[in-house]
Write a protein that binds this ligand. Structure first.
Ligand code: BGC
Length: 275
């Protein structure tokens, strides 16, 4: 019997949710998306998350990504969301809005855990750096299935600027860069990460990883660099999985080992197969 969870991915432009099959790491429903409210204040975003959860008539624990540093449920930064999030208990605000238990994790970390558990980084023996290219640049460091949470390597400074501003997928669109021009910036960025971290592999996620054939072949590194298996769904899947892990082992911290879920199957009856 499938063990189901629910994941929500809060991004700079959209808030998406879906039911997740925690046995296979696949979506067990269609995704439902609403636009991220602007300004993206806690009250407005919480209302949008509640709308996504209501759409599925979901009544169990929710795993939610957040596009900033999250420590013990509290947002510590806010690069691409409203500044008023800093210092806010994201889990508490979302839990009040949905009436459900909510676990919150950095979006790139959630994607990293999904890729390490079922995706492109599964079984890697060395350091894997997952890089999500979207509104911002998110990073997750995974070593032998363990996540080192809240790395913020999208913000490394190169050429005197926070390089997220130059190399994110949003920067490519904003500046109308050709794939070749953008790939040059990505080359600069990934070379710097390789110099500092020497990973075995880079996994590149975010919506633009759908078009990985346009830019990944233009990047040359010693490490392997591959597209994310889950593309833009990794956040939803990872957040749902991490929420189920947190339920089994409550407490602060997000060092959830990437492993197949335990066989103890629970199927919330309210979960629809499709939405
Ligand atoms: C934030 C990270 C986040 C990334 C992707 C960055 O601007 O600082 O915490 O993971 O964007 O959303």
């Amino acid at each position: 019997m499938a063990r189901l969870g629910f994941g929500v991915d809060i991004g700079g432009s959209g808030i998406k949710g879906a039911v997740v099959d925690l046995g296979s790491g696949t979506l067990a429903s269609e995704r439902y998306k609403v636009l991220t409210p602007q300004p993206s204040t806690p009250a407005a975003v919480a209302g949008a998350v509640a709308e996504v959860v209501r759409h599925f008539d979901w009544h169990d624990r929710v795993g939610c990504t957040f596009p900033a540093v999250v420590q013990a449920g509290v947002a510590r930064t806010a690069a691409n969301v409203d500044q008023s999030w800093v210092g806010t208990s994201v889990d508490k605000v979302l839990s009040e809005a949905t009436g459900l238990a909510v676990s919150v994790v950095n979006d790139a970390d959630a994607a990293g855990i999904a890729e390490a558990t079922w995706g492109a980084a599964m079984g890697a023996s060395g350091l894997v750096v997952v890089v999500t290219l979207g509104t911002g640049i998110g990073t997750a460091l995974i070593y032998r299935g363990m996540l080192v949470p809240n790395s913020e390597l999208g913000h490394i400074e190169l050429e005197g600027v926070d390089y997220e501003k130059k190399a994110s997928a949003a920067a490519r669109e904003r500046e109308g860069l050709s794939w070749e021009k953008w790939a040059k910036r990505l080359q600069r960025y990934f070379s710097a990460l390789e110099f500092y971290l020497r990973p075995e592999m880079f996994v590149v996620g975010g919506g633009v990883s759908r078009r990985a054939d346009k830019f990944l072949p233009l990047i040359s590194l010693d490490a392997k660099i591959v597209p994310a298996h889950f593309q833009n769904e990794a956040g939803i899947i990872g957040a749902a999985y991490m929420a189920s892990e947190a339920a089994e082992r409550p407490g602060p911290g997000w060092c959830a080992p990437a492993k197949g879920p335990s066989p103890a199957a629970v199927t919330p009856e309210a979960a629809p197969a499709t939405a």
